[in-house]
Design a protein around this ligand. Structure first.
Ligand SMILES: [Zn+2]
Ligand SMILES: [Zn+2]
Length: 134
């Protein structure tokens, strides 16, 4: 007689219908009348547990994933607040969360670019003053 795949020395009483490993009385797991080894029984339970949240997840994220593409982000990045408003107006019905964050980023980038230009301008003017002073 073959030994249990999980407990060497123990006599096997059956084989797992999923992976074919020999199982003893202690690790034989019966599910819906079929014999499974502890590992396959565990995998089946993991799969069962994963099916429920996965289904919920696809329902909630699938429309957003398919309808609003990442290319909309180029609008607020290049056109700042104007692009943010365009991107928000175009995507708000399909993905309000993403539309709102693009609008916010458009406004934030307006300020960031404004600060960058101000710094460049100040440095440029300061550079001219330094040259003039020399
Ligand atoms: Zn198995
Ligand atoms: Zn065993």
């Amino acid at each position: 007689m073959a030994d249990c795949s999980y407990h060497p020395g123990k006599e096997a009483v059956g084989a797992c219908v999923s992976c074919g490993k020999m199982v003893c009385v202690a690790c034989r797991t019966e599910l819906q009348g079929k014999v499974y080894c502890p590992q396959c029984a565990n995998n089946l339970f993991v799969l069962k547990d994963n099916i429920q949240p996965a289904k919920v997840e696809t329902v909630s994220t699938a429309p957003a994933m398919t309808s609003v593409s990442g290319w909309w982000w180029l609008l607020p990045i290049f056109l700042t607040w104007l692009g943010g408003i365009i991107a928000w107006a175009a995507t708000k019905n399909r993905d309000p969360k993403k539309a709102k964050s693009m609008l916010i980023w458009g406004i934030v980038l307006t300020f960031i670019y404004g600060i960058i230009w101000a710094v460049v301008f100040i440095l440029f003017t300061a550079g001219i003053l330094v040259f003039e002073g020399m």
